[in-house]
Every structure is written in C-alpha cells, then in structure tokens.
Design a protein around this ligand. Sequence first.
Ligand code: ADP
Ligand code: MG
Length: 378
Amino acid sequence: MADPITIENLGKTYPGGNEALRDVSLAVDPGTFLVLLGPSGSGKTTLLRSLAGIERITSGRITIGSRTVADGKIHVPPDQRDLSMVFQDYALWPHLSARDNVAFALRRRHLPRAECRTRAQEMLGRVGLGALADRYPNELSGGEQQRVALARALIADTGLILCDEPLSNLDADLRERMRVEISALVREAAATTVYITHDQAEAFALADQVGVLEHGRLVQAGTPEEIYTRPATPFVARFTGLAGELRVRVRDRLADGTMLVEPPSGHAFHARAPLGHRDGTLLAGEGALVMIRPTGVRLCPNGSNGSDGSSGPNGQHLSGRVTDVAFRGRGYEHAIDVSDSIRLTGVFADVKATRGETVGLRLDPAGCHVFPAEEQNR
Ligand code: ADP
Ligand code: MG
C-alpha cells in the first residue's frame, strides 16, 4: 500500500525569479517516515506542495509509486496523486461537523452515505474524538481540530501522507503528546510519510530518515543518528543542536578518523574529522572550527586523571566559569564561559555546579566535529 517516492534534480523557481528549490534529489523507500528539516524559507513547504501537485515544478522529476507525476511536461493534478495532507492550520471545512469533515475524505470511494459516516465515526474514535464527532471546527480546540485533520488524512487510506508542520500551532505540552499520536497512527497506517518541520527535536523524534534543507538545497540526508553523529556541514551541525563552537589549530591527523586539535587556551583534544574530507584539507598547523554537541562536553569529576596523557589535571581539556545552571529533572544543564567570547550551553552533569565557579571540561571526540575554518561563515 505504501508508495516509494523518487525526487530527481528537482528545481522550483517562482514567477518573479525566486528560486525556492535547487537540484534536490532524494529516494524514499515505501513505508518510510521522512522528515524534511530546515529553517523558515528553506523550501520545505515548496517541496511538499510540489509532491502534492499544488505547485508545478520548474525542472527535474517526481515519481510516486511507479508513476511519474511531474517533470518538464507532465503535471498530474493533486486529486489524482493518491495522497493526503495535514496542514499547519488544519484546513477543516467550517460548515461541516468533525464527522462530516472526516467522511468527506471518502467521497471519491462512492460508498453509501451511512457507511461513510460509520467509518468516519470509527476513525474519530481512534484519534480520541469519538465523543466530539457532532461538533463544528469552531467548537474544538486547536489540538482537537488537528486530530480531525489527522483522522481525515488517515481514513483516505492513501499510500502517501504529507504533513506541513502540523504541530507548530499547538502549545508545548500538547505538541509532545500529539507527536507521539501522529507517530503511532501514521506508522500503523503503513503509508509513506513526508513530514516537514523547522524543529530539530521533533524531526529527530519522529523520523526514520531526515533530509536537511538550506536555501532550497538538500544538504544532508540520513537517519537521525547519522545526522547527529556525522553532520555534513557546519550549517547542519548548528541547526541540529550545539553546545558551542571553538576555533582551534590542527596538530595531527590520526588513522582512526579523528584529529588532534589545540584550542587557544587549554589542552589538545581529539575531534572527528569532517565526513569525506580529502587529503590536502586541514593539514597540521591550519586553523579549523570545532562544533561541539552537548553530548560532546562534560564537567570533569574532581580528582579523576586524564587517561590519554593529552589532557590536563582531572582529565580536563578546557576550563571555564559557570554562568548559569538549569535543573532539568534528569540532572543539570550548565552554561559555561570558556573565554570572553565563547560560551558553551547545555553542558550536562548529574551534579550541580555553582554559578561563578571555575570548572574543568572534558571533550569527547564522538561529539566534537572539525570543519575547515573558512566554512565558519556559511
Ligand atoms: P519554508 O516552508 O521552508 O519556510 P517555503 O517553501 O515556504 O519555505 O519558501 C521557500 C522560498 O520560496 C522563500 O524564499 C519564500 O519566500 C519563497 N516563496 C514561497 N512561496 C512563494 C510564492 N508563491 N511566490 C514567490 N515566492 C515564494
Ligand atoms: Mg513552510
């Protein structure tokens, strides 16, 4: 039932010359939950609307299932693409009850009216709205309206479900609960899903595969784990959560894929070399930039000793002053100034440090990523 999708060299330039997508290629296996992640204006909605057939593409090709739905000549209209959509603003019919909004999605099946209503009632039950089926959209909260929209998308039983930031109008607590529901219900439907968001945590929590968009280009695609542990560019690293950045000098390149780098003050530490970096880039002595994940830095326990000989007392690589401590339930997150201009945030520890205290920091190569220094302004 689930459809594979192939996007080849997709380009979209709006009338007036605004290039929203450039040379995007991506293959999505049937049943995959793909999340497209990018900041506002990066082309997410344009890509989703191109998949849906609401936008005509400028170049390239889109295949859904075994059918080319868009290329330079072909343009299959949205209602012939066998897909359903969930929008940020719910897009319900205001003059129809919740039940009739959902039943409406069955209109193309030519089922008897009574059966449509029975099925709609069942689907509303599955999204937890069975008791509210007679209400109109203006009698429902935002979260309830989004459940109706989700029920409407699921009942259509299409091979592809497209979601455009469906949680962004909900408040934080409800957003997290709805995220879990969407994940479970959509996976149960076994459709291929393309879901867009600008929220990194939401993307990582939902996705089988993540595609990161920057200025209309797909800059990295992979599992959430791949993108977190091997960000392809500084942009991807920044957009998916950093404690901070550090300018360093390369001391040595090692065979295990790490580099020994030296911070302006502190002790040399190991960090991951960039993905696919070639010989001739990042030679010993050159300046570089290290992107530090919150998981790549921790407070040094007092009294421990560095095991690799490169670190200072207590195994530390850097020291800094604690400027903020936030209790997070599982432990504490610290903001630490390692110099006048460099602050690391989200530094986790089970034990609370004191504001104003000077602490040692230990860096873990798995969460520290080296990039050439000239890329720092990208
Ligand atoms: P996102 O969903 O990631 O915020 P969009 O796909 O909405 O990004 O927009 C990508 C770019 O295309 C932006 O620069 C936006 O201003 C532009 N854009 C979007 N829709 C139109 C349109 N109908 N006409 C012209 N430019 C548009
Ligand atoms: Mg958008």
